[in-house]
Design a protein around this ligand. Structure first.
Ligand code: PEP
Ligand code: MG
Length: 943
């Protein structure tokens, strides 16, 4: 940070003009290597644009944006001028601070100065100071103050108050602050800050209060009055308010504040600070489900780093402090949650382009979708069992059963000296270790899958974090050894991260320590622990993501961690690798002995240590059965799903991306039963063109090689926001303007999508369906658009249908079936609307069961109505993949079921276990059952 020392102040100077003072300061800055020749011209040019008088006898001349390139290193020099220099507008400067700053480092100093401005008679004291120490003391903020800072709110601002005299304005200020009795004291404190702004303040009991009053035109003591900041001070909580106004004064833009037309605008302007010359700004909202955690953060940093521009970012819904957008560490420390607004401030040659790129990157989700990530089941209580022999309880993070000996990995102790005498050699050692660690991460990234690659790339980003490296290098310069310096930086960065109130962000502490250990092992020439060469269940305090990426999946049967959470990267990766895992077992798990046999159950969240023979045999049988079933199902994935009595049902895939079509076909999909086309609209942060859509849909058709594609038209609104289609906030978004209702407001958008689908289809089998149809008028609206386009395009193999996911559509299915070619039942929404149970509310998870008889009845009505008109009915809700539900769905007479590709082979295999007649009987009993629980009890009796 920029600091002023006694060596930077020349006391008792005499100069005649402000130009002379500026020239003297520029020369001094140049002599000391802070600026190159020509900076004086930049300072004078800035002065010509706006006077840099700060208030209370202090001026702060500095260069323009154009002269920033002349700044070699940030610096500040001060001239003490007891006789004062005329600084324009009748103001006299007694202390002139010449600033050379390439970026925003000087802002902190300016904040400090502006706080010092509150001192009574600062100008007089500066003027009469005799030692540079006195000046430094005067410029310190008055007292350390931990009181929470006030920030500007619209209701603190009164715009364009009519007042003929300053007295009248002061009376209004006193009334705004409820200080009518202190009006005289307020008047006494009146101070001209410059640029038409005035300050009055009184200390008083009770909470601090502030008001700003702007006024159209007023002259007081020969100076213009455009705004009055009135403060009732108590503690230091008002200081930020003053500092924020001072930022505008420093930038010479305070006069423009008074012309803002709304209190909201003014509050925002004050809170966000002035726009500097050549500076560009952008405010975006983060919609990522888990906020800005490390992976999307790394993508954001990468996007920012492509540009030369200086980019600062602050969390407008957090502490509002700016940080470097090119530092991942800094970025994640902002604690950005979903819905938080980020403000980017960029300056430099490509600032505008940088902001546009960042906007696109943020709006497109920074590599993440907007749907809920898989969240593993949480269990209420974890840790060692009360009875020896009972299982340990943890949080189930990845399903499946693992049986084998434990390998308890104790943390490594690195041995190193704390201090070193050759700083240059230590710097070299650090550089080498960082390079080696980066190379090993790059190598690992080449040898792994996409998800692990993302994490490794985020780790490389952390490794090159300027904040982390700079901190380490500074510690080395003060005598620390390279490992001591590195670990101290890692430790404090991880501690800051772990303290985040957002669990997802707090878990990123593990990533920081993970890269920390990797570099430490190189610096200390210490081998990281060597796991056994035979298969084992890996137990560790916390398993770092790169450990998971590098681990030998042939040997690691399961993962158990003392700490961590279900959304930690290790857990995500374990799920993607199909390795059963438990997390948050508690520290006690580290006392278990390596080599002890154990059974890890990733479904129930339990670890059974040293099981008896009987339990071991049982677990082995279960595991073996699961394996065989999965293997058999995979072998027969290409076979149709036919019941034992010869009834065939089509099993298709649910896709959220056309790129996954080929994998779905490889898993045995007989078509795509639901293409959630939202992804096409979310990919690039703006509406896709016709051509882009055609290309996307063609990709699916070509991978399907003649199999049918059911494409659902755009279903946004409610729980699925589109960043570039801002919608008014709704109290009940699930019951609000979403799906087809929303598309009716933008028919041209739906028309383009239909055109793209029909164009891409050619002669391929295309089925189009509308989401959220509740009323016949909505259906007819969509159908009319479709009919028009078909008349023009005439794709030969197309059907038009609708989703049945609103109870009214099911109840009126007989009417819809006359006009639609098919139905697809969306049980996710149908269940929430039938049972009035928000699908996203975990507390209602047991109520929102699609096997509830009420939901089953609506399904039965839908199937009956469709079949009566010779139309087919599919089902694309999650219920299709529920093994207990499957026989009932078959019994209800569905013609097609679509599930996620991973579940596809098992669903097909399960169909082959039943006879249709048996399923029909079961379905009939289910329809008359009392509750979802009763239905599930019925299914327990089936094979
Ligand atoms: C459904 O509601 O069941 C469905 C498949 O649609 P989505 O989950 O996309 O709302
Ligand atoms: Mg739905």
């Amino acid at each position: 940070m920029l600091t002023l020392t006694t060596q930077d102040i020349k006391m008792g100077q005499t100069l005649a003009t402000k130009e002379a003072a500026i020239m003297a300061l520029a020369q001094w800055l140049e002599q000391e290597g802070h600026v190159g020749a020509g900076y004086a011209a930049g300072m004078l040019a800035r002065e010509a644009q706006t006077a840099t008088y700060l208030g209370q006898g202090i001026a702060i001349p500095h260069g323009t944006q154009d002269s920033r390139h002349l700044v070699k290193k940030t610096g500040i020099k001060a001239l003490h001028l007891p006789e004062g220099i005329d600084w324009g507008d009748g103001e006299k400067a007694y202390l002139v601070l010449g600033i050379a700053a390439g970026s925003d480092e000087h802002l902190e100093l300016l904040r400090q100065l502006t706080r010092a401005l509150q001192r009574d008679d600062l100008a007089g004291q500066v003027r009469s100071a005799t030692h540079s120490e006195d000046i430094l003391a005067l410029l310190q903020p008055s007292a350390a103050d931990n009181t929470p800072m006030l920030s500007w709110q619209s209701d603190m601002l009164q715009l364009q108050q009519p007042a003929d005299t300053m007295d009248e304005l002061l009376a209004q200020a006193a009334s705004a602050l409820e200080l009518q009795h202190e009006r005289h004291a307020l008047q006494q404190s009146l101070l001209h800050l410059g640029q038409g702004w005035w300050l009055c303040q009184v200390p008083a009991a009770g909470p601090a209060k502030a008001a700003i009053l702007t006024t159209p035109a007023l002259i007081h003591q020969g100076h213009k009055v455009c705004g009055l900041l009135a403060l009732k001070t108590h503690g230091g909580s008002h200081k930020q308010l003053l500092a924020q106004l001072a930022d505008w004064l420093v930038a010479g833009q305070a006069a423009s504040l008074a012309s803002l037309s709304s209190a909201h605008e003014l509050a925002q302007a004050l809170n966000n600070g002035p726009v500097a010359e050549g500076e560009h700004r952008l405010v975006v909202t983060i919609h990522n489900e888990q906020g800005l955690h490390a992976r999307p953060g790394a993508l954001l940093v990468q996007a920012a780093k492509q540009f030369e521009a200086t980019i600062q970012v602050r969390n407008l819904d957090g502490d509002n402090q700016p940080v470097n957008a090119k530092s991942l560490m800094k970025l994640i420390s902002l604690g950005v949650r979903p819905g938080h607004r980020l403000q980017f401030v960029a300056s430099g040659p490509d600032a505008e382009a940088a902001l546009s790129e960042l906007e696109t990157a943020v709006n497109s989700g920074l590599g993440e979708g907007v749907t809920s990530p898989h969240s593993a089941q949480q269990v209420p209580c974890t840790g060692a069992p009360a009875d020896p022999g009972a299982p340990w309880q943890g949080v189930a993070a990845s399903p499946g059963i693992a049986i084998g000996p434990l390998y308890v990995e104790m943390p490594v102790n690195f041995d190193y000296a704390d201090v070193a005498c050759d700083a240059a050699a230590e710097q070299q050692r650090l550089t080498h270790a960082l390079q080696q660690a980066d190379q090993s991460l790059a190598l690992a990234a080449q040898q792994t899958g996409a998800q692990a690659r993302d994490i490794l790339s985020m780790h490389r980003e952390l490794l090159s974090d300027p904040g982390l490296q700079e901190g380490t290098r500074q510690r080395i310069e003060t005598g620390a050894s390279a490992p001591a310096a590195w670990w101290a930086e890692i430790d404090s960065a991880a501690a800051v991260q772990a303290a985040s109130s957002n669990p997802m962000l707090a878990e990123r502490a593990a990533d920081i320590r993970d890269i920390g250990r990797r570099v430490m092992a190189i610096l200390c020439n210490t081998a990281l622990p060597e796991p056994p060469s035979t298969p084992y269940i890996w137990v560790a305090e916390d398993i770092g993501p790169s450990d998971v990426v590098n681990m030998n999946t042939e040997r690691v049967l399961g993962l158990v961690t003392a700490g961590g959470g279900a959304s930690s990267h290790s857990a995500i990766l374990a799920r993607s690798l199909g390795i059963p895992a438990l997390v948050a077992m508690g520290k006690g798990v580290m006392t278990l002995d390596s080599g002890t046999p154990a059974i890890l159950n990733g479904d129930s969240g339990t670890l059974l240590v040293d099981p008896d023979k009987h339990l071991l045999a049982e677990a082995e049988q279960t595991q073996q059965r699961e394996r065989e079933l999965a293997e058999q199902a995979w072998q027969q994935r290409e076979q149709p799903a036919v019941t034992t009595d010869g009834h065939r049902i089509e099993i298709a895939a649910n896709l959220g991306n056309t790129a996954d079509t080929a994998a779905a076909v490889a898993a045995g999909a007989e078509g795509v039963g639901l293409l959630r086309t939202e992804f096409v609209f979310m990919e690039q942060g703006r509406e896709p063109s016709l051509q882009q859509q055609v290309a996307q849909y063609q990709q699916a058709f070509s991978a399907l090689a003649g199999r049918p594609l059911v494409a659902r038209t755009l279903d946004v609104g409610g729980d699925k926001p589109l960043p570039y289609w801002p919608l008014p906030k709704e109290d009940n978004p699930f019951l609000g303007v979403r799906g087809i209702r929303l598309c009716m407001q933008r028919p041209e958008l739906l028309e383009t999508q239909l055109r793209a689908l029909l164009t891409a289809a050619g002669s391929e089998p295309l089925r189009i369906m509308f989401p959220m149809v509740a009323d016949i008028a909505e259906w007819r609206f969509g159908k009319a658009l479709f009919d028009n386009l078909q008349a023009e395009i005439g794709a030969p193999n197309v059907q038009l249908g609708m989703m049945v996911e609103v109870p009214s559509a099911a109840l009126n299915a007989a009417r819809f079936a006359k006009e639609a070619d098919f139905f697809s039942i969306g049980t996710n929404d149908l269940t929430q609307y039938t049972l009035a149970a928000d699908r996203g509310n975990g507390a209602l998870a047991s109520l929102s069961d699609g096997l509830h008889p009420a939901v089953l009845r609506l399904m039965a009505m839908t199937v009956e109505a469709a079949h009566a008109e010779g139309k087919w009915v599919g089902m694309c809700g999650e219920l299709g993949a529920d093994p207990q539900a499957l026989p009932i769905l078959l019994g209800l007479g569905l013609d097609e079921i679509s599930v996620s590709p991973k579940r596809l082979p098992r669903v097909k295999a399960r169909v082959r276990e039943f006879s249709l007649s048996q399923c029909k009987q079961l379905a009939a009993r289910a329809l008359t059952a009392d509750s979802a629980g009763a239905v599930r009890a019925l299914t327990g009796a089936t094979p």
